[in-house]
Design a binder for this molecule. Structure first.
Ligand SMILES: [Zn+2]
Ligand SMILES: [Zn+2]
Length: 380
């Protein structure tokens, strides 16, 4: 006896007791028969029966899927993407009746009614839009709520790497968060988490929102700087993760906005999970309390022999290597330093001598102050 012949009497028994639509009946046996269309199988199993009034399990939900397809099309009209997946929220009573039938007739290893609904919605959407259904890592995830008749869409974040060069002083690196939501995104800030765009972060965010849409932009900076610092050479690298982007591809050419030049931008898989090691070449202008003698300055050369130890208020202790150090006397109370060091050395504290040993003030045996510091290059 073929599997179909074994199944037919069970199916008959079920439909004698319960009205089921083609989808719900077919679903109970399609896996066993390795068939992909529940609907066709259901139809076949019911060949001798008149059509039913209302499906006991789904209340004819499957006849109504085009209505929900429209919600999906509306929700995604502003997004460009290639792959998607569908989830659904359905009334618990439907799930209960589905479970009841399955346990009553001891049917195992079959799709739930919810799985079937999402599959059908996926097929409909894919047929209409030519987008691909994927189950792992889709670009767009729909959650169709058949209970409330709504559809939510989530767009997978994208991450961009780039470098910025700052040729004018006065731009802070970071942007202050929106006062209303502390950066999470709200109506006041148009869900961006920031309201002003007058920093490096602001300039990059603005450009990115224009190109990709999206809600918030989360930055991972390779090192930090002062508002008054210049960033020269090939610039400081950064990663930025854009949440809920509308577009996933765009041309990223070199551009200069408000003296901030962005270049080497490209889409990357994700922001780095661990902090990235980098080296910075920094030019520092230092003023001293007592007049300087050239032979005292010579002592600064010793800084390359041992790492500098940085103590944080939290009790954390880090070591930073200095690879090269050069100095130039400018006047009797002023000199400039060119340092190549491991990234993350707090320059101002290193000059003053704030919980860092050795430090410039201590070596020169006079109070020193950092007037200004610029980044000549950042290497990763
Ligand atoms: Zn049904
Ligand atoms: Zn806000």
């Amino acid at each position: 006896m073929s599997t179909y012949d074994q199944i037919a009497p069970i199916a008959n028994k079920i439909i004698k007791k319960y009205d089921l639509c083609d989808n719900c009946l077919g679903r109970l046996f399609s896996k066993q028969l390795h068939l992909s269309s529940n609907k066709l199988l259901g139809k076949k199993l019911k060949k001798n029966l008149n059509s039913i009034e209302k499906c006991y399990v789904c209340k004819n939900l499957f006849d109504n899927l085009n209505h929900f397809l429209k919600f999906m099309l509306d929700a995604s009209s502003d997004y460009s993407f290639t792959s998607f997946s569908v989830g659904a929220i359905i009334k618990p009573s439907i799930v209960d009746r589905d479970d009841f039938i399955r346990s009553q007739f001891k049917l195992k290893g079959i799709d739930s009614v919810k799985t079937d609904i999402t599959k059908e919605l996926g097929k409909l959407y894919s047929r209409k839009t030519k987008k691909t259904i994927v189950h792992q890592d889709p670009e767009i995830t729909f959650t169709v709520n058949l209970k409330d008749e709504t559809c939510q869409l989530r767009s997978k974040s994208i991450t961009i790497f780039g470098r910025y060069i700052k040729t004018k002083r006065g731009f802070p690196q970071k942007q202050k968060s929106c006062d209303n939501c502390y950066g999470k995104g709200c109506r006041v800030c148009d869900f961006h988490g920031i309201v002003e765009f007058d920093s490096v972060e602001g300039v990059i965010s603005k450009l990115i929102f224009k190109k990709f849409g999206g809600t918030t932009a989360k930055f991972t900076w390779i090192g930090g700087e002062d508002k008054s610092s210049l960033i020269l050479g090939s610039g400081r690298p950064f990663f930025v993760k854009i949440k809920n982007p509308n577009k996933r591809k765009s041309k990223l050419s070199e551009i200069t906005i408000n003296s901030i030049k962005l270049h080497k931008m490209k889409l990357v898989y994700e922001s780095p999970k661990k902090s990235i090691k980098f080296n910075s070449t920094i030019k520092v202008n230092v003023s001293t309390k007592s007049p300087l003698e050239s032979k005292t300055l010579k002592k600064l050369k010793d800084l390359t022999s041992f790492p500098v130890i940085v103590y944080e208020k939290s009790g954390k202790r880090t070591e930073k290597k200095i690879f090269e150090i050069n100095y130039k006397k400018i006047s009797k109370n002023q000199f400039s330093l060119k340092i190549k060091a491991e990234g993350g050395l707090p320059i101002k504290r290193f000059v003053i001598g704030d919980d860092i040993t050795p430090n410039i003030s201590k070596i020169l045996q006079t109070s020193c102050e950092c007037q200004e510091f610029d980044f000549l290059d950042v290497e990763v």
